[in-house]
Design a protein around this ligand. Structure first.
Ligand code: GLU
Length: 134
């Protein structure tokens, strides 16, 4: 079952998100990801197949600044567990990201309709169609 954590406040978000994701590991998952907005207003997204510790190692040395962010541990239902299918997922514009828990039963028909309207998708997940309504 997936896990979701979010933070907004005065502290650095990333360590809090990582700790939160570690506390959710017992639920089971196959990959993990975080997104933070840095002080300049840019969004940084890091996601990895595997353990939260793999994600944490991957993020080290990169821009993990910012005091607002979201984190996710994924239990894949649509699309294999890999880095691309891990959450967060981007909107078509790239301005928004989202994480999600659950299944979108009719995602294939939604995806087909959005594709006809020019949307391009990066992942095989059901989740990504939701953020393409931005
Ligand atoms: N159905 C979504 C996916 O496969 C969400 C899975 C979950 O709840 O972790 O990405």
């Amino acid at each position: 079952m997936c896990g979701i954590v979010g933070y907004i406040g005065n502290r650095e978000a990333c360590p809090i998100l990582m700790k939160g994701l570690q506390r959710l590991e017992y639920r089971g998952y196959d990959s993990a990801g975080v997104a933070m907005i840095n002080p300049a207003g840019a969004m940084n997204v890091y996601k990895k197949k595997g353990k939260v510790s793999d994600l944490s190692d991957f993020a080290k040395g990169q821009d993990i600044t910012g005091n607002i962010g979201i984190g996710h541990t994924r239990w894949a239902t649509h699309g294999e567990p890999n880095d691309v299918n891990s959450h967060p997922h981007y909107s078509q514009s790239g301005d928004l990201v989202m994480i999600y828990n659950g299944i979108i039963e009719n995602y294939a028909s939604i995806k087909e309709g959005l594709t006809k309207r020019g949307h391009t998708f990066k992942s095989q997940t059901d989740t990504e169609v939701l953020i393409h309504f931005d």
